[in-house]
Design a protein around this ligand. Structure first.
Ligand code: SF4
Ligand code: SF4
Length: 92
C-alpha cells in the first residue's frame, strides 16, 4: 500500500509535500511529483501539506485518476529523489 500523487499536482508551485516525508520517497518528474510505492510508509504527513489535494491513499484515489497509481509506480524509480522545497515546477 502507498500514497499516490494525482493529476492536480501538475505544475505545482509549492512542493510543500516533500519536506514532511519521513522516508524521502518523493521523486521529481518534469511537471509533477511521484511517490515511490515501495518506499512510502503511509504516514499521511504529506496529505494535508498539499494545497491542491493531489495526494491520496491508493485505496481512495478518485475513479478518474486511477491510472496515477501505476504512473507513480512506473515513473518514481526513473526520477531523481526530491527532499527540499523547490522553485515552481512550471509557469502554470
Ligand atoms: S504539494 Fe506536492 S503533491 Fe501537492 S501539488 Fe505540490 S508537489 Fe504535488
Ligand atoms: S504518506 Fe508519508 S511516507 Fe508516504 S509519501 Fe506521504 S509523507 Fe511520505
Amino acid at each position: 500500500m502507498a500514497h499516490v500523487v494525482c493529476e492536480p499536482c501538475f505544475g505545482c508551485k509549492y512542493t510543500d509535500c516533500v519536506v514532511v516525508c519521513p522516508v524521502e520517497c518523493f521523486y521529481e518528474g518534469e511537471k509533477v511529483l511521484y511517490i515511490h510505492p515501495d518506499e512510502c510508509i503511509d504516514c499521511e504527513a504529506c496529505v494535508p501539506e498539499c494545497p491542491v489535494e493531489a495526494i491520496f491513499h491508493e485505496d481512495n484515489v478518485p475513479e478518474d485518476w486511477k491510472s496515477w497509481i501505476e504512473k507513480n509506480a512506473e515513473e518514481a524509480p526513473n526520477c531523481e529523489v526530491i527532499t527540499e522545497k523547490q522553485e515552481p515546477l512550471a509557469d502554470s
